[in-house]
Design a binder for this molecule. Structure first.
Ligand code: ADP
Ligand code: MG
Length: 359
């Protein structure tokens, strides 16, 4: 097992800069996810760690060793890509054994290690079959077995679940996380799916346009987004204009244009400047619709009109209008949902807000 460090990494393709000066430390044994929209540079970073691409500038360290000039087959990595590309003319066991043969592991050892890897991915009995006889999910498990059988220092996973259908994907999330914890291998996982990242990671690296926007635990990036981009990428947020009125023991006192005074807890307003314009960040699931005349009871509230109702089964997504502003609310269904055109009250707890600097 090893840590991975990217130090001042830049990657340019001709004129185009795909990765802007990135520094990142992935601790030994951690499950770290690179999360961001398509084209933000996730795969490029992973390919540089793998040794499939050379960085234009900067250093990559695996363990304590600089690996810029170490070829891929000497980096001892397990790699799984989205299109898991098993060898079709080899049996499952031969597929899994491939990396061991390549590394001159003695024949006497190979069979036992292959079986152990197949046991770990919970497909102990398929060694004699060919890949085409397996389902997509099973093939993906075999790809994982092939990656971990070599006991890699680092496991690199590039959207490994995205070719699977929704239910299977959720099962495989749990499975993959279980296997990673069992063997304790340092893992760099790439996805554009925020719920996948939140569910699986020790640490999430949120990326946008070749830059790191924020690094933190799932709770940190979710509750205290460092930018508007992060606030919106990890689920729907309302970004409300406000002014900083001061600070006290409880936190940052803001004056929100739509809602009046809101005190944001200090740890959720860490990047806020002393004074001036600010943005109040309020997650859609923290904005509650309730009857028009509900007493305030410690919540911040305002009258609103329901504009659209999007029924989602357990929850409803509302767009409501407060003054001239449209806000988004995702609420659990308790009785029947509010109707389009209905006058309601929207309310939230100040402790659920975060604050960012700027207009
Ligand atoms: P992601 O994995 O986050 O979707 P990529 O790392 O694949 O993004 O790509 C980042 C950017 O770099 C994209 O704009 C992509 O078009 C560009 N890019 C990736 N590989 C190459 C390449 N070999 N040549 C030119 N541009 C590339
Ligand atoms: Mg990619």
């Amino acid at each position: 097992m090893s840590s991975v460090i990217l130090r001042d990494i830049v990657k340019r393709f001709h004129q185009f800069t795909a990765v802007h000066r990135t520094t990142l430390e992935i601790e030994d044994g951690a499950f770290v996810t690179l999360l961001g929209p398509s084209g933000c540079g996730k795969t490029t970073n992973l390919r540089m760690i793998a040794g499939l691409l050379d960085p234009t500038e900067g250093e990559i360290l695996i363990g304590d060793k600089r690996v810029n000039d170490v070829p891929i087959h000497k980096r001892n990595l397990g790699i799984v890509f989205q299109n898991y590309a098993l060898f079709p003319h080899k049996t499952v066991a031969e597929n899994v054994a491939f990396g061991l043969k390549y590394r001159d592991v003695p024949k006497s050892e190979i069979e036992g290690r292959v079986q152990k890897a197949l046991d770990l991915v919970q497909l102990p009995d398929v060694g004699g079959r060919y890949p085409k006889a397996l389902s997509g999910g099973q093939q993906q498990r075999i790809a994982l077995a092939r990656a971990i059988v070599i006991e890699p220092d680092v496991l690199l996973l590039d959207e490994p679940l995205s070719a699977l259908d929704a239910n299977l994907r959720e099962d495989m999330r749990v499975e993959l996380k279980r296997i990673q914890e069992r063997i304790g291998v340092t893992t760099v996982f790439v996805t554009h799916d925020q719920s996948e990242a939140l569910a699986m990671s020790d640490k999430i690296v949120v990326m946008s346009a070749g830059r790191v926007e924020q690094v933190g635990s799932p709770a940190e990036v979710y509750n205290t987004p460092a930018s508007e981009f992060v606030a919106n990428f990890l689920g729907a947020s309302n970004i409300l204009p406000a002014k900083v009125a001061g600070r006290d023991g409880e936190g940052a006192r803001l004056e929100a244009d739509l809602f009046g005074p809101v005190t944001v807890p200090a740890e959720r307003a860490a990047t806020l400047d002393g004074a001036g314009a600010a943005k109040l960040v309020l997650r859609a699931e923290k904005l509650l619709l309730r009857p028009q005349d509900t007493p305030a009871d410690g919540m911040v509230s305002a009258p609103a009109t329901v504009e659209t109702v999007d029924y989602q089964g357990q929850t409803v997504r509302y767009f409501v209008r407060v003054g001239e502003t449209q806000l988004q609310a995702i609420n659990m269904i308790d009785g029947s949902p509010y109707a389009e055109g209905q006058a309601v009250q929207v309310a939230f707890q100040p402790k659920d807000c975060a604050a960012l600097p700027g207009a």
